[in-house]
Write a protein that binds this ligand. Sequence first.
Ligand code: PEP
Ligand code: MN
Length: 349
Amino acid sequence: MIVVMRPEATQEQVDHLCQLVREMGLKDHVIHGTDLTVVAVIGDDRKKDGSKLENVPGVNRVMKVLEPYKMASRTTTGGKRSIVKISETCAFGGKQIPVIAGPCSVEGEKQILEAAQAVKDAGAHALRGGAFKPRTNPYAFQGHGEAGLKMLAAAREATGLPIVTEVLTPSDVEMVSRYADCLQIGTRNAQNYKLLEACGNQPKPVLLKRGMAMTLDEYLQATEYILAEGNDKVILCERGIRTFEDHTRNTLSLSAVPELHDRSHLPIIIDPSHGTGHARMVPSMSRAAIAAGCDGLAIEVHPDPEHAMTDGAQSITPAALAELMTSLHRVAEAVDRTCLSLAVVGSRE
Ligand code: PEP
Ligand code: MN
C-alpha cells in the first residue's frame, strides 16, 4: 500500500500516519519527493483495512498495491497456470480445450440420455444439465432436484461423460457433490458467500460463473472464498454481463479471458449460450473464445430446442454441435491447442 500525503501535510501528520501504520502491524518507509511526501507501507496488508487511512489528517490518497486475493492470484504459482481435471479425460487449463455440452435443464430421463449420447457423439467432453434451476420467475420450472441428479448419473453411466450441474444452496452441496463430477455455481449466486464456502469444503471441482454485475476484482475475491476453504479445483466461467446493450441477452466479455489469465492461474472457460442468448451466435462466439485463449467452453445443446423447457432460444442442436466441433478443432490448432479427448492427445501436465 502507498499513502500519498497532501502537499501541505505537516511533519506531525506524517509522523502520526506512520504511527498508525505501525499499529496495524506494518512497516512504514517515508519518501520525500520534490513536491510530495509518500509513505510506502511494507508488509502483507491484504487482511488490513487500509482505506481508513484516507481519513487521517494530511492524507490525500491510499493506493493498494497487492491484489485483495492471494490464492487466486497468478503470483501464488509463480506465474504457472493450474490445470483442473474433472475426469480422467477432461482437463481445463492445459493443451486440451474441453467442451461441456448439454441442455439447460434436465427435463426427464429420456431427454437427458438422448442429449448425453448426442453430445458425446458430436465430440463433447462433459455433460451439463441443471437439476436445480435458478429461475427469475418463481412459477417457472425449477428443475427435478435429486431426481434430476439421478438422471444425470444414469447419463454418465451410459456415456462415460463427466457431469457438471448447478447447486443453488449450501444445504444441497453435500447431495450434489455425491452425484456430480463438477459443481456449478451460477451467476446469481456468485457472491453467495456461504455457498462459496460450502463448495470450498467438498472435494469436487467447482465451476464458478461470473456474476452478471461483477468486476473481475470482485470475481476473483469470490473465487478466493472457495480456495481459502481448501478446494483448489476452481474453473472460472465468463457468461456475459449486464450492460445497456440489448441485442444480446448479456454482453459476452471475451477480453475477460486474457485479463483473468494475467491475474489468475485458474482456467477460464466461456459460455457463449448465456453470453448471447441466441443459438445463431453460439458458433462464432465459441470460435472467437478459443482464438482469445479460453480453456474450455460450456454450450447449451438440446435434442429439440423448439420444445426445450428452458433456454430453447440459445440452445443449439446436436447436429449443429457436431458441425461446430469441426471448426473448433481447426481454430484450436491455430492457437496450439486441441479440442480432442485427452485419451487421444495425452496430458500436458
Ligand atoms: C446455466 O448454466 O444453466 C445457468 C443458469 O447459467 P447462469 O448462472 O450463467 O445464468
Ligand atoms: Mn440455461
